[in-house]
Ligand binder design. Sequence first.
Ligand SMILES: *Cc1c(COP(=O)(O)O)cnc(C)c1O
Length: 402
Amino acid sequence: MNGYFGEFGGRYVAEVLRGPLDELDQGFNEAVRDSEFWAALGQLRDEFIGRPTPLLYAANSTAALGGAQLYIKLEGLANTGAHKINNAVGQALLAQRLGKHRIIAETGAGQHGLATAAICAKLGLECTIYMGEVDIARQRPNVFMMELFGATVVPVTSGARTLKDAVNEALRDWAASCDTTHYIIGSALGPSPYPDMVREFQSVVGKEVEAQLQGRGITPTVLVACVGGGSNAIGFFSPWLERSAPRLVGVEAGGRGSLTGEHAARMNGLGRTGIVQGYKSLFLLDDDGQVQETHSVSAGLDYPGIGPQLASLGASGRVEYLRATDRQALEAVQFFARNEGVVFALESAHGGYQAMQLARSLPPDQVVVVNMSGRGDKDLFITARELTPGPWREYLLSEAEQ
Ligand SMILES: *Cc1c(COP(=O)(O)O)cnc(C)c1O
């Protein structure tokens, strides 16, 4: 564990951040060897997050698709609605152990900010969330919720005023405040030791699935997860990374198509090796090495880089990558809502769509498991506008007149 996964990973940061990252690395390695840390984390997982989350046999979907047996890990039933809380809780507890009373985090769509704000409220930690001005304007419900949890949401006005700029601002804060402050990164990326740490805290998802399948005597054929930065996927896949089976499939945002700026897919030759925000991985870069614009209907998948371990697992062939478009994700949201009574987050629905295709194409004695990384309540303002534009617009107008 030297912070690299093949050629990817590492720690490419300014001098001032070396000390805090070393301290974090050491603190993390001590914590994971301490049974008291795991006892405290276990209690929060049970009582606060609501673990274990269920593994649902998707009987109606299986019948409708006519092929392999389909199972859904309902990670969206966790507190605050997504897997992000697993990492936020683990890192907040680690921060407390390191004597830090202040937490900072970046957020794009707001899901990581929400999870961080929630655990800070629970543990009595001061919480500052950096969020691009553009994202604040389009994610008002999550800003409201973070403030309800007592967090301070700081608008970031530099650059494109979105996620990447929020990360830069959080790193700047941390460089000046690391004596009292811990920075919780929201995905399995960033400088070492973040990718290892985030995978460790998200691996609870995969470990639960493994036990839930074993308990039912089931051997999976293929596991499917959506991939933004890659935290839900790496946690879900983690028990199987060193084995040759099952197949592991990551699904990236195909957006509106394969033209530059219209998607957020970095694998299968679209991304280039680069060093951005402290780590080496595959990024969507232009010829001058500048980070490109991305698009996805799901805010959680439109990040231009992929976590270094998932990039490496793609290079080695252990993880295969597919894409789903905006339309296909919306189709999957509707399919699982009607057939199973669960609403996938738009991010998770990218995995859901490819799980549907796999289930269709494989024989009935095979098993497909998809990670529903989040639930779709948060996407109401997008899905309702897309699926029932007229009534939704009328509703918004009448609300605005109140
Ligand atoms: C943030 C988010 C993602 C993407 O992040 P990963 O680190 O790739 O998991 C996926 N699903 C949901 C519900 C999210 O909130």
